[in-house]
Design a protein. Structure first.
Length: 328
């Protein structure tokens, strides 16, 4: 919250901006998911009870539920819910079998590792433990979603539509592998330019809903809100990739600046260390208007501007399906 303080403009960083830029920068998809490095460890196991998506009978009628709860609700209850920092998922219930299922998308190594890198001894480039993936498992934890969040029926689909959605999930999961925390835009105005769009749990749910609408699902007319963590910046400056910046022929000055920027975001062992680095973050992001963004395996400089950072909980309408579609 201290990042909302007002401050005068600071110096800019020059870089080789690719021309012409395309805004927002398209999220890059990949041909395969790389193996994870043993260095990357999660405090909580990713998808501990995950299972394969079942093949539904074509004549099945499946209820689709919107699921939302505060991030880390299992540990902190509604604490982050007061800040509208919410996690999203989707639930399914088969009318033929009576079985419930939950599907969500989240970080393999927790949010902090996806948002900031590690600075490892003997390695010039920042080291990123960043992957996100879909998780599918049997059952819906009603208490988890209802206690401080949402469990709401949004549409019904056929077994055929579910199976087609499952094929799309496989593609989406195999090609969209990196978690992107930040949305970056020019100003708080709703019509302002978006430089970069986030790629996280809510965006997966929105893509899933859109896929179901494309397949013919008709959604109920209810309000649906989602969390966005937004950075505000002037036009970003393209800096390069890991090789061009940190490689043998790289830019040593820029490489040092990027490492110095990320250093205060490291995990802290003491309260004193945390507050010392917090003041460094305020100095660089607010007083000097600097932020280095790693997106699509490339580095960008963001000339930060007021109000610097904001957490929004905004409505994104459910997609509109065809009048001839199967559904509610």
């Amino acid at each position: 919250l201290l990042l909302l303080l007002l401050a005068p403009w600071g110096p800019r960083v020059s870089g080789a901006l690719r021309s012409p830029p395309r805004w927002p920068v398209p999220y890059r998809r990949f041909d395969y998911r790389p193996k994870t490095d043993p260095y990357c460890q999660a405090r909580y196991t990713f998808c501990p009870t995950g299972s394969a998506i079942p093949l539904m009978k074509e004549e099945d009628v499946i209820e689709v539920y919107r699921l939302q709860a505060p991030v880390w609700e299992f540990k902190y209850g509604d604490l982050l819910g007061h800040l509208k920092i919410m996690h999203d998922a989707v639930g399914f219930k088969s009318s033929l079998t009576g079985k419930n299922y939950t599907m969500e998308w989240y970080e393999l190594f927790q949010l902090g590792n996806c948002t900031f890198p590690h600075l490892r001894p003997g390695m010039d480039a920042p080291f990123w433990c960043n992957q996100g993936a879909a998780c599918f498992y049997e059952g819906i934890d009603d208490a988890h979603w209802k206690a401080n969040g949402t469990l709401t029926l949004v549409t019904t689909i056929s077994g055929t539509m579910f199976n087609e959605m499952a094929q799309w999930v496989k593609y989406d999961n195999e090609t969209g592998i990196y978690y992107e925390t930040w949305t970056v835009q020019a100003s708080p105005d709703k019509k302002s330019t978006v430089w970069f769009d986030s790629y996280e749990c809510s965006k997966f749910i929105l893509r899933t809903y859109q896929k179901l609408a494309d397949l013919g699902a008709v959604f109920k007319k209810i309000q649906t809100n989602y969390t966005s963590i937004i950075l505000f910046s002037g036009e970003p400056i393209y800096l390069g990739n890991e090789t061009s910046i940190f490689g043998p022929q790289g830019n040593k000055t820029l490489a040092t600046a990027i490492r110095d920027f990320y250093n205060p975001f490291k995990p802290h062992q003491s309260v004193r260390e945390f507050f010392v680095d917090l003041f460094k973050i305020i100095d660089r992001v607010i007083l000097n208007h600097q932020f280095y963004l790693f997106y699509n395996l490339e580095y960008w400089f963001l000339p930060m501007k007021y109000p610097y950072l904001k957490i929004l909980y905004e409505e994104v309408p459910l997609p509109v399906g065809s009048k001839a579609s199967f559904g509610v």
